[in-house]
Structure formats: structure tokens, C-alpha cells
Design a binder for this molecule. Sequence first.
Ligand code: COA
Length: 179
Amino acid sequence: MTALSPLAAETIPTPDALSIRPELPEDDGWIEALHEISFGPGRFARAAYRVRERIGVDPSLSHIAEVKGERAASVRMTPIAIGGVKGYMLGPLMTDPAYRKQGAGRALVRHVCDLALARDGIAFVLLVGDFAYYGPLGFEKTVLRAIRFPGPVDPERVLVLAPDAGLKDVLAGNVGPWV
Ligand SMILES: CC(C)(COP(=O)(O)OP(=O)(O)OC[C@H]1O[C@@H](n2cnc3c(N)ncnc32)[C@H](O)[C@@H]1OP(=O)(O)O)[C@@H](O)C(=O)NCCC(=O)NCCS
């Protein structure tokens, strides 16, 4: 796969080399190209994509990770509610192949989850993803098929991060907008 960034990842960056900033309008083209190489032509059919299309992402929680000042990874967050409980849906999370395995993905997840969960009335961050990756970041499996998306989704991949440890067992209903 071709790297999106002109900077080759010859060196493993020190933590000092990794920085996170809010997404800007001029990042749109880079993010769309990264989306295409990360998820391919099937990306528009994904259940999480449908939620984002219907509700719209929150630009204040969409962030970019940079390595030595070059764009390396992107994450977006969408405000959602499930059964009257307000939270955010995380995704897509994508790292430029030239910068993978350097901690950018994990750093972005931690950063935007901290920001989201610090907001008044926000009880959880939900995502559809691999438990092997997100489990170590605190995400837990939800009750199978309790959370319904506008499209098919593998219920084993519906994961939640919530300060209230009991929420994952009772969160149920359609994924919809805040009301
Ligand atoms: C998943 C992704 C965002 C990780 O980005 P990253 O910046 O490389 O992540 P980090 O550096 O924080 O973590 C890398 C570690 O996670 C592991 N990892 C990556 N994807 C994984 C997955 N799906 N399941 C389990 N582990 C995974 C890597 O092997 C690596 O392990 P190591 O630290 O033992 O070497 C990136 O691989 C990517 O963009 N993939 C394509 C899009 C995608 O699948 N996004 C996630 C949607 S759920």
C-alpha cells in the first residue's frame, strides 16, 4: 500500500515526536484517501458509516495524530444515544500504513475518549471494532444484539467504554441521535 504522507517512517518516533490536534477542514482530502485505503470500496456499506452519515460527526472531537509534524492518523466521533443514554460513537480510526505500530492509534483513542467522557451527560463511548485492539484500551463487549445499528453488524464487535462498570450490561436499543 502506498503511504499517504511524503515522510517515510524510517525511525520509530519518541513520545515527544507524537502530537495530537483537532481536525481542520483542510484535512478532509487526506482523511478520505486514508479511509479508502483502510476500508476499501465496502466502506460506505458499513453500519458505523451509516450512523455517521445520518447523524454527522462532532468536529470538536475529531482529531489528527502527527508524527514529527506529518499527519499520521485520524479519528472521528459521532454523538449518539442508545435507550435515552447519551454517548459518542468512535470511528473511523485509521493510521497511515507508513506510521502504524508506533502508538498513534492508541494515543488518539485515549485522547478523544478522555475528552468525550469529561463532557456533561456523556456516559459511554461505543464502537464497532476488534476486541483484541480495543480491549486493552478499556473497551468491553456489550450484550449480544442488545444494541441495534441501521445496518448489519457483528454483535461480537460492538464494544463500549463507560466509567459506570454496569452500563455495558444494560445498554440496549437503537443507535440514534441525541434528543
Ligand atoms: C487499527 C489501526 C488504526 C491501528 O493503528 P496503529 O497506529 O498502528 O496502532 P497502535 O500503534 O496504537 O497499535 C499497534 C498495535 O496494535 C496491533 N493491532 C493493529 N490492528 C489490530 C487489530 N485489528 N487487532 C488486534 N491488534 C491490532 C498491532 O499489531 C500493534 O501491535 P504491537 O504494538 O504488539 O506491535 C491501523 O492498523 C489501521 O488504520 N487499520 C486499518 C483501519 C482499521 O482497521 N481501523 C480500525 C477499525 S475498528
